[in-house]
Write a protein that binds this ligand. Sequence first.
Ligand code: FAD
Ligand code: FES
Length: 272
Amino acid sequence: MGLQKSFDTPKMVTIEKIVDETPTVRTLFFSDEILSKVLPGQFAMVWIPGVNEIPMSVMISQENGKAAFTVRKHGLATTELFSKKVGDQIGIRGPYGNSFTIKQGKMLLVGGGTGLVPLIRLVTFLKKSDDVTIIIGAKTRAEVFFEGLAKKLLEGTSHKVIVVTEDGSYSEKGLVTDVMEKLLKSNRFDAIYTCGPEKMMYKVVQIASQNKSYVEASIERMMKCGIGICGSCCFGDVMACKDGTVFDGTSLLVNKEFGFTHRNKSGMIENY
Ligand SMILES: Cc1cc2nc3c(=O)[nH]c(=O)nc-3n(C[C@H](O)[C@H](O)[C@H](O)COP(=O)(O)OP(=O)(O)OC[C@H]3O[C@@H](n4cnc5c(N)ncnc54)[C@H](O)[C@@H]3O)c2cc1C
Ligand code: FES
């Protein structure tokens, strides 16, 4: 499966539909043949005119030739993107980065927040014969999203969608990693994939490696160029934008930054 051909000059697209996922998370749909076909884990640089250009995972659309971004309102750029209306334009370039390795058999997907975006795309690449368990983590009931979508995509297959809230206001109480540990006591997975807050992914990779399971995580770092030139996404000795964003457990376990430090906007190292 080859990576999609990328385009490095921003291309303007028009927002055609908006879906509110939670009070602070929205999915914005637009038409683009190339982004509609990206591999799970690939991202685009999104230009919000007059504001900034930021990296965003490419979300699926269930319509041909369309793609989407699922944005959490956070700082300046994401708040502007979140506030866009149908008919507004944004610039896109990409897709960039590698992708999750598609394995077969019994799969475990562990995601939190907008980290679920590449995992939902991954679900659409798995085979009907695969047995897929997806753990969706959120702090509280109001922040749970993609539960219905995951169930719809996995309909007719052997699957489990488990929602975990930290405050117990919906479904299971605790952390995604508590549920993962419980599952691994009686199940053996052929591959485990994770995306979400780095502390969560760190724990997922540790648990997977203790259980000798194959694991991959999609890493977030500050990104400016997205194509391996500026160095703002340094992750140990590698560049998250070009060498990743997906790394396997073996390389993550020897990367001293993973789970502990990252670089801020001026390149200074900060602790998580
Ligand atoms: C590969 C990748 C995929 C992403 N996918 C999504 C997604 O699907 N949905 C979503 O809501 N968010 C996603 N993000 C995070 C999103 O890019 C940042 O939240 C956004 O850039 C913050 O910009 P801001 O102006 O809103 O916030 P700011 O106030 O500028 O920054 C807030 C924090 O966001 C992070 N951040 C800021 N600028 C960048 C940048 N250029 N690159 C990376 N992180 C930055 C920093 O940790 C910063 O401290 C992704 C990030 C990466 C690297
Ligand atoms: S974002 Fe510029 S090198 Fe990765």
